[in-house]
Design a protein around this ligand. Structure first.
Ligand code: ZN
Length: 164
């Protein structure tokens, strides 16, 4: 979704004239139960024209490296549990997506702060498992949980409580 009704919020040009009220009404149109079903919410600032030209040349090798990491992570998931993390059911998630005890503490604090539902908690656990898999890690560390939790909300957004 766009960051605001006009789509320019956060752009350095300052083109966005939307009021905070308009922005929160716009974002409020996406219901909590719907957001609950979305795995990743990431703020993606628009690239400048210069960036597009400069980065264009570097896209191919970088994307090949990423692809290789994804293929490796998926193979690791298949070996461990017979399906990819995204297809784990609640029991499979409880079995295969358990963070280290230090990471569990962080996870508990973060989910309380974000007001995560049970469903959202399981989603974040599976994403943390994927982050760990992409890092070739058998265990889910605090850093993996922290990254997964970060994908639950847009940085510019007010506390998630408001849309729970
Ligand atoms: Zn705007």
């Amino acid at each position: 979704m766009n960051p605001c009704p006009c789509g320019w919020r956060g752009d350095p040009s300052g083109r966005c004239q939307c009021t905070p009220d308009q922005v929160s009404r716009y974002r409020g149109r996406v219901s909590g139960p719907l957001l609950d079903r979305i795995d990743l919410a990431i703020d993606v600032p628009p690239p400048s024209a210069t960036q597009l030209v400069l980065d264009g040349a570097a896209v191919a090798p970088e994307s090949a490296v990423v692809r290789e990491a994804v293929v490796r992570a998926r193979a690791r998931q298949q070996r461990r549990q017979g399906v990819t993390n995204g297809r784990l059911d609640a029991a499979g998630t409880a079995r295969h997506c358990v963070p280290t005890s230090a990471a569990q503490q962080l996870f508990a604090t973060a989910s309380a702060r974000l007001g995560l539902s049970a469903r959202a908690y399981h989603r974040v656990a599976r994403i943390a498992r994927t982050v760990a898999d992409l890092a070739d890690s058998d265990v889910i560390e605090a850093a993996h949980v922290a990254e997964a939790v970060g994908y639950r909300r847009l940085p510019a957004e007010q506390p998630a409580r408001a849309r729970a």
